[in-house]
Design a protein around this ligand. Structure first.
Ligand code: 5GP
Ligand code: ZN
Length: 114
């Protein structure tokens, strides 16, 4: 997708601090962090939302994103824990339409979210 910010980050046209990458996904630091550690797991393919990603990919790909999120949550949250979130659509609070998992750590999080 030529006009997608996160596709440009995936292909290197726009810089980002990468904290993880493999053949299916990358993870970057969020430019506007909401916690001491806030990273985003992005699939290399462009699907706008989690629903679209789930419709286009098999359970292995979907599970892989969650596995990467869990590994990063452990890396940054250690034994204290972490939060994984996916926002979809207007009510979900999504602002960038290339699916991504937020991984937040380094402070306690409240439930339910606002
Ligand atoms: P959403 O609101 O779609 O769930 O999350 C989008 C996230 O992308 C936000 O947390 C926002 O701070 C982050 N973000 C927006 N633009 C950029 C950027 O250019 N670089 C990086 N690293 N993060 C970005
Ligand atoms: Zn994209």
């Amino acid at each position: 997708m030529d006009d997608c910010l996160f596709c440009k980050i995936v292909n290197g046209a726009i810089p980002a601090e990468r904290v993880y990458e493999d053949e299916r996904a990358i993870a970057i630091r969020d430019v506007n962090p909401k916690a001491p550690a806030h990273v985003l797991v992005l699939p290399r393919t462009h699907e706008a939302t989690l629903s679209e990603y789930a419709a286009q990919h098999d359970n292995g790909d979907i599970g892989h994103l969650l596995r990467v999120a869990a590994e990063l949550g452990k890396r940054y949250g250690e034994e204290r824990g972490f939060r994984v979130a996916v926002n979809e659509g207007g009510d979900g609070g999504q602002t960038v339409y290339h699916v991504h998992l937020h991984v937040l750590a380094g402070r306690p999080f409240t439930w339910p979210p606002g």
